[in-house]
Design a protein around this ligand. Structure first.
Ligand SMILES: NC(=O)c1ccc[n+]([C@@H]2O[C@H](COP(=O)([O-])OP(=O)(O)OC[C@H]3O[C@@H](n4cnc5c(N)ncnc54)[C@H](OP(=O)(O)O)[C@@H]3O)[C@@H](O)[C@H]2O)c1
Length: 255
């Protein structure tokens, strides 16, 4: 196992769910973390708590991954102490709405494509050149089983996660001679704030996980840390995690 101690890990979408769990999980292994999201006050609280618990260095950043300008400014103005990013975790993402294609709101499509696809591209584009220059880097994308299979009323969310899958595989080919690892962690049902954001309705959100025990953000973070800590000659291309009672995006056993 490769040590994560002292590594610099840049994580997007840390104000909630999987991203927040990743921040704690990497800090617990001794990594120094740059944590970001749009809601800076939450990110700052997470930063304080992580510093107190693990004694690692934490840099809290307000970042909307939809803004290329914000990303470039944030990455290019990192101090010498922070700019040698070893690991990038592209986690920020969301689903908005769950409707038949012809009844869906095109504004939701913009938001999902801008965040899940273009956001991931822009953040990666800003951070990757430094990794190439330093001849080391690991990019870990948070995909989804929605990137393996489409499901009804999910055309655009599924399309964005299929895009993450394609970008992951293509990027791995493009950086194969640069000592850059590229991986994706693709989960099924994870109980986070995800369904609240998707439906804007707490009752509907709760029903998504009814009758089974879903994955937690910590379960996914475990897989991300595993992926990031293999010996130098190993690349985990992809991990797919499902709740024990989930067989596919549409088939689960609920009691
Ligand atoms: N939950 C699941 O079932 C599941 C399954 C597979 C994959 N995933 C993926 O896992 C990732 C994390 O989702 P989650 O389940 O942890 O949901 P979550 O609890 O809602 O967290 C989403 C995070 O993304 C951030 N975010 C959203 N839009 C952003 C933007 N424009 N710029 C920067 N940050 C943004 C949010 O922070 P701010 O609002 O503060 O910006 C928040 O910290 C997503 O990519 C999602 O597609 C989730």
């Amino acid at each position: 196992m490769e040590s994560l101690k002292g590594k610099i890990v840049f994580i997007t979408g840390v104000s909630s769910g999987i991203g927040k769990s990743c921040a704690y999980a990497f800090a617990a292994k001794g990594a120094n973390v740059i944590i970001s999201a749009r809601r800076l006050e939450i990110v700052e609280k997470v930063a304080q708590d992580i510093r107190a618990k693990f004694g690692v260095k934490v840099f809290a950043l307000k970042l909307d991954v939809r803004s290329r300008e914000e990303i470039d400014k944030a990455v290019f103005s990192l101090s010498d102490e922070w700019k040698a990013i070893d690991i990038l975790i592209n986690n920020a993402g969301l689903a908005k709405g769950m409707n038949k294609f012809y009844e869906d709101d095109a504004d939701n499509w913009d938001e999902m494509i801008d965040t899940n696809v273009k956001g991931l591209l822009f953040v990666t584009k800003a951070i990757l050149p430094g990794m190439i220059e330093r001849k080391f880097g690991h990019i870990i994308n948070i995909g989804s089983i929605a990137g393996h299979e489409a499901y009804p009323k999910g055309a655009v969310y599924c399309a964005t996660k299929h895009a993450v899958d394609a970008i992951t595989r293509s990027l791995r080919m493009d950086t194969i001679d640069k000592n850059i690892l590229v991986s994706t962690i693709d989960a099924g049902l994870v109980e986070t704030n995800f369904s609240n954001i998707r439906f804007g309705d707490a009752e509907k959100a709760k029903n998504v996980y009814k009758g089974l025990t879903p994955l937690t953000g910590d379960d996914v973070a475990d897989a991300v840390v595993f992926c990031a800590s293999r010996p130098a000659h190993v690349n985990i291309a992809e991990i797919t995690l499902l709740a024990a009672r989930q067989a596919s995006a549409t088939i689960s056993y609920r009691e």
